[in-house]
Design a protein around this ligand. Sequence first.
Ligand SMILES: NC(=O)c1ccc[n+]([C@@H]2O[C@H](COP(=O)([O-])OP(=O)(O)OC[C@H]3O[C@@H](n4cnc5c(N)ncnc54)[C@H](O)[C@@H]3O)[C@@H](O)[C@H]2O)c1
Ligand SMILES: [Zn+2]
Ligand SMILES: [Zn+2]
Length: 377
Amino acid sequence: MRMKAAILFEQGKPRPYATTRPLVVEEVEIDPPGPGEIMIEVAAAGLCHSDLSTIENQRPRPLPIVIGHEGAGIVREVGQGITDLNPGDHVITVFASSCGNCRYCVRGRPNICPSGNSARAAGTLVTGTKKLRRLDGTPINHNSGLSLYAQYAVVARRSAVKIGKDIPLDDAAIFGCAVMTGAGAVLNTANLQAGEAVGVIGLGGVGMNALFAAVAAGAERIIAIDTNPMKLDLAKQWGATDTFLAGNEDCAAQVREATDGGLDTVIETAGTVPAMQLAIAITARGGSTISAGLPNINAQVSYLHASLVSEERSILGSYMGSCVPERDLPRLLGLYRRGKLPVDKLKTSSITFDQINEGFDLLSDGVVLRQMLRPNA
Ligand SMILES: NC(=O)c1ccc[n+]([C@@H]2O[C@H](COP(=O)([O-])OP(=O)(O)OC[C@H]3O[C@@H](n4cnc5c(N)ncnc54)[C@H](O)[C@@H]3O)[C@@H](O)[C@H]2O)c1
Ligand SMILES: [Zn+2]
Ligand SMILES: [Zn+2]
């Protein structure tokens, strides 16, 4: 079947993207779903910083590729052997695909299943296939087993979770990455309890969901930190008790002073080395620094080994918010229905394919939260 998709042919093109146009919208061929696969009509796909990092070449990927890993849509066709989904069902996509049988999957950690890594490196779905071709026959690689900057996507059955039709699909899309990652970091990785204090560094789509989840969990104090004052104003409106401007040397000292030596839990959602250094610096002795940001593939952060030991500090990674999607998406959507995860507030705009390069300029400038591509609008 023919459809439109935004293809990335080259990573690392300079800005402004409005001029260099790293994403090229073309007619492509998409194959029907094979065994264990489904075809969805993409209703909305978010512009996440991880997609920007792929455009910037922070992590090399097989090219050409269709990126886009945060979305929701409507099932249009199911492949052989699929009995639990039907055309017309609504789904949220899952960017960390899993096999279901490896030692990580069986221990309830499908988010770190290595099948996702091998599929990502090979540019395939987790089923091992490629579904997209240019009109001249050149195969196109998949991103995160999904490729959602397209009108349709064929994905592995395991890369989608069915949801109720009451959820607007452009809100549902945000659950596919920013909500699972940000809210999951607070509720799963940190296991934040009511009455505790937490810091969130980096208030983009991911960080704001960490903030919403901290409010929902009943945090007593929520310290929100960003380099952009506009994000601090929003965080205050949405439940932060204190805000601090990162980027000056005093920030760590100010937070430590305001928190009697630092916070027990700090979540880093900026994806930069300075943000991670700040996160470690404002974590109290005995506390946990949790990083959900994804920096350049070669970025290194150092810490004082002796204080790690003598102050019993922890540094933890959080990938897709340590979520088990089938378990956690219903729970997170339950919070949304109760108004506790107001992701509609994060939608800066709905855009079409014509605006996608400009959209990544705005994300890079840090002046937006979530821009939602509507590929069929
Ligand atoms: N762990 C995961 O599973 C996962 C999933 C999705 C995204 N990510 C990563 O999470 C990060 C955030 O994604 P996003 O889409 O919310 O990005 P975003 O661009 O919307 O937000 C990033 C925010 O960090 C702020 N920031 C930058 N440098 C900072 C610093 N030194 N101190 C404080 N704040 C700083 C920016 O001003 C911005 O508000 C990215 O690195 C992304 O790749 C990780
Ligand atoms: Zn993402
Ligand atoms: Zn597995």
